[in-house]
Write a protein that binds this ligand. Structure first.
Ligand SMILES: Cc1cc2nc3c(=O)[nH]c(=O)nc-3n(C[C@H](O)[C@H](O)[C@H](O)COP(=O)(O)O)c2cc1C
Length: 159
């Protein structure tokens, strides 16, 4: 299961959450088993354009770059909003056609994790036990919504 190990490592630097052709850099993500299905969970703040896109979507795809690669793209997609700029076009990047019916990925990444949304929930920041974390992450509000996706399939792209 190299893809799990590499994804867990790479999330520290970032991966792309793909919805409707808009790439958003994410640093949080979890593998797991829920309702006896293999899952990947992502966390998206309400202010993100990706949050709006997810309201209409029933799938998402996480595209994971090779270690050390795509730093410019990760920085761009982690600071620019799809509301203001068509990020794939601005980066001259291409979509990687989905293999399992979820969203198209970010071409040139090592892994594409395709997910079907099983569960969505707004996180209640007041339920965080640690007040330091609460003030560090939610001083200005803007809570996360969690999306639990059933992993439909993972593609290793030949680069
Ligand atoms: C390394 C890194 C990790 C990030 N992780 C997340 C995350 O897990 N969840 C989130 O809501 N925003 C995260 N962000 C911020 C979004 O990527 C950023 O606000 C982005 O511009 C939103 O794009 P959008 O408006 O097109 O959705 C991260 C940014 C960086 C640079």
């Amino acid at each position: 299961m190299d893809w799990m190990k590499e994804t867990a490592q790479q999330l520290k630097k970032g991966a792309f959450l793909m919805v409707g052709g808009n790439p958003m850099t994410i640093g949080w993500g979890q593998f797991g088993v829920l309702w006896n299905k293999p899952t990947f969970t992502v966390y998206v703040r309400k202010s993100r354009y990706t949050h709006d896109l997810l309201l209409q979507a029933d799938t998402f795809t996480v595209s994971v770059p090779t270690a050390g690669a795509m730093q410019k793209e990760l920085a761009f997609c982690g600071t620019k909003s799809g509301r203001d700029v068509q990020k794939m076009q601005a980066l001259n990047a291409k979509l990687f056609h989905n293999r399992f019916g979820a969203q198209d990925g970010f071409d040139g990444c090592r892994y594409h994790i395709e997910c079907l949304i099983l569960f969505r929930a707004d996180l209640d920041e007041h339920a965080l036990e640690d007040e330091t974390l609460q003030s560090r992450y939610y001083a200005d509000g803007d809570p996360h919504t969690m999306y639990v996706g059933e992993i439909l399939g993972v593609t290793e792209q030949t680069l």
